[in-house]
Design a protein around this ligand. Structure first.
Ligand code: ASP
Length: 345
């Protein structure tokens, strides 16, 4: 049930383009005044919900995003979880997919909508995409049916589509249509109506929210390229304290068959480093064993990440390593879908 007949939403502003307006006198971009939201956007009055703002201080460009900020963001949601029906997180677009993926892992048993959005043009610019993104996100965050939220998961709303957060990447630096979920259908499509794709939305489990705050940043990402040398591979695999590596492979999880390459990886795995195989493609899945070039990876103990995004794989590794559980259990969990982040066949 919404908490009252007038649903409530907490709008959490972290920084980024969406919160900028042009100073009418100087023409310079300055911060939108979220504390006086209704004064800035009187149209919000007609939404029939209560919108309360929360602004981080200081605000950050999302290029400065980091794990301690993720923890603070999760704390704000936890502290307000019982008070609001839904949450809208305004975030810079550059690292939104990382933050939103991470929050999906940190917020276990989430039963309320947490909708991330942002914009390519500042809120105060006449052609802004921020206004529509913001208003529709509020509608989605407060949408309930038969007493339960329609989208009780962490998601990203951008340019008429709602995506599962941990399936989404930013793929365009200029277009309004900037986000992509190559391996999972949109959770909703927005035109005259908001059409929810119900069979693809997670169901609420009505369990108590559990927030995981321990994140381990001893991870790295290695993107393969033709001509990569042993120095590069061994340089990364010998980083002091490294516990997990995301290996961005070709196509369906393929990598060079050179002995030196496999030996370096096998040695790292013996030393306890987890290697997670993620494809460089924006659509499709790692399928270890489809080609001889990936059979070797499976044989030495590289873990297949199916169709997970790099952003989500990074968040999952930090989250699982932070849980201080046995390595075997982490290996097992990396092969499972924990929050709908990958399709396991
Ligand atoms: N650099 C900005 C950020 O990610 C871009 C944006 O907001 O879209 O914070």
């Amino acid at each position: 049930m919404p908490l009252t007949s007038c649903p409530s939403v907490l709008v959490i502003y972290t920084g980024g383009t969406i919160g900028m307006i042009k100073d009418s006198e100087t023409g310079a971009l300055k911060s939108f005044d979220w504390d006086h939201l209704y004064k800035q956007m009187p149209v919000l009055e007609s939404l029939h919900c209560r919108i309360d703002p929360f602004s981080f201080d200081p605000l950050i460009d999302s290029s400065d995003m980091n794990p301690s900020f993720w923890i603070r963001l999760a704390n704000v949601i936890e502290e307000n979880y019982e008070v609001y029906d839904g949450f809208v997180v305004l975030h810079g677009t550059d690292t939104m997919a990382y933050t939103a993926s991470m929050l999906s892992f940190m917020l276990e048993h989430l039963n309320k909508p947490v909708v991330f959005t942002g914009s390519q043009l500042p809120m105060g610019v006449i052609r802004t995409d921020g206004r529509e993104n913001f208003i529709t996100s509020i509608e989605i965050a407060t949408a309930y049916e038969d007493g339960t939220p329609i989208v009780p998961e962490v998601c990203i709303y951008f340019e008429n589509r709602l995506f599962r957060a941990n399936r989404t990447i930013k793929f365009n630096a200029e277009n309004f249509d900037a986000f992509l979920s190559g391996n999972y259908p949109p959770l909703a499509e927005v035109g005259i109506h908001i059409k929810y794709n119900r069979s693809h939305i997670l169901k609420p489990n009505f369990r108590r929210l559990k927030v995981h705050r321990e994140l381990d940043t001893n991870v790295a990402i290695l993107k393969l390229f033709p001509g990569i040398t042993p120095h590069v591979i061994s340089g990364i695999l010998n980083i002091k304290g490294l516990k997990g590596l995301i290996l961005e492979t070709y196509g369906s999880g393929n990598a060079p068959t050179d002995h030196w390459f496999l030996d370096l990886l096998a040695d790292a795995i013996r030393r306890g480093i987890l290697i997670y195989n993620v494809t460089q493609c924006k659509e499709g899945s790692v399928d270890i064993g489809r080609y001889q070039t990936s059979v070797n990876l499976g044989r030495i103990g590289v873990i297949g990440g199916f169709d997970i995004t790099t952003e989500s794989a990074l968040a999952k590794l930090m989250f699982l390593l932070g849980r201080k559980i046995e390595q075997d259990q982490i290996r097992e969990l990396l092969g499972q879908s924990l929050r709908g982040e990958m399709t396991v066949d």
